[in-house]
Design a protein around this ligand. Sequence first.
Ligand code: SF4
Length: 268
Amino acid sequence: MITIAKTPVKTLLSKSKIPGFDYVINPYVGCPHKCVYCYAEYMRKFTGHAEEWGDFLDVKECPVPLRPAQLFRTRVMLSSVTDPYNPYEKQYELTRRLLKQLIVCQAQVHILTKSALVLRDMDLLKQMPSCEVAFSIASADESFRQLAEPGASSLQDRLDALQTLHQNGIHTAVMAAPLFPGISDWRKIIEQTRPYAERYTFDSLNMRPAYQRKVMNFVARHYPQALPLYSEIYLQESTDYWQKLREEITAYCLQHGIQGEVYFGHSH
Ligand code: SF4
C-alpha cells in the first residue's frame, strides 16, 4: 500500500553535482519502482518519511514555472533520486508538464528511467532541441528484474520502448547499472540493446553501509552461489573483480565499436 501526498516546494530545480549536467529535476520524492539496491533510499530520512522505500510518494507542487532565462541551453537531467516515469506519473503528469516547460526553455534534456511510460511523451520529446532517453538495466534476466525491481517495467517493455524511441529519431542510451557481481550479464544487455542504443555507461554495485545488509540478504536468499564473491568484494574490500571487469568491458567496447564509459568506483 503506497501513501501519496502532494508536497509544496519552492523550486523543482537542483544544481547538479553530476558531471555533464547543469541542473537535476526530481519531480517526486520516493519511487514505487522499489529497487532493492536503490541508493536514493537516503531520501527517506532526509524528508522525514518513516515508511519503507517504495511505500510513499510525494508529488511535488511548485507554483513557479521553470524560467527560460535560467535554463536556456543548459543540460538538465530527469532524474537522480526518483524515476520521472513511476506508474503514478500516468495520473499526475508532473514530468509531462515539466517537459513542456523545458521545450520553451530550449534545455538539453537527459531522461533516465526504467519505465516504458516515457513513450507517452514522444510528442514532446520530438519537439526538444536536444534530448536523450537512457534506460537503466541492471540485468538481462527478467527473473532478476522481478525480484530486484518489482515496480519497474519488464525488460521486454524497456527493450521495446528503446526500439520505438530510436525508430522515432530520439537519442537513446543504456545505463548498464548497477552491475551485480556474478549475476548481471553485461554482454547480454549489450547484445539485446545494441541495435537501438547509441551509447552505454556501466556502473558497479556500490554498497553504502545504509543498505549493504539489505542487498547482501537479497543475494543470500536468491543467489547464494554468489555470496563468496560478495564477501571478497564487499567485506574483504578486494578491487580485483572490478579491475578485471573494467578491462573486459573496455576491450569488448573497443572491439565492437561501441561507445561505452565505465564509471566503476563512482556513485551515480
Ligand atoms: S528506479 Fe531508480 S530511484 Fe526508483 S527505486 Fe529504482 S533505483 Fe531507486
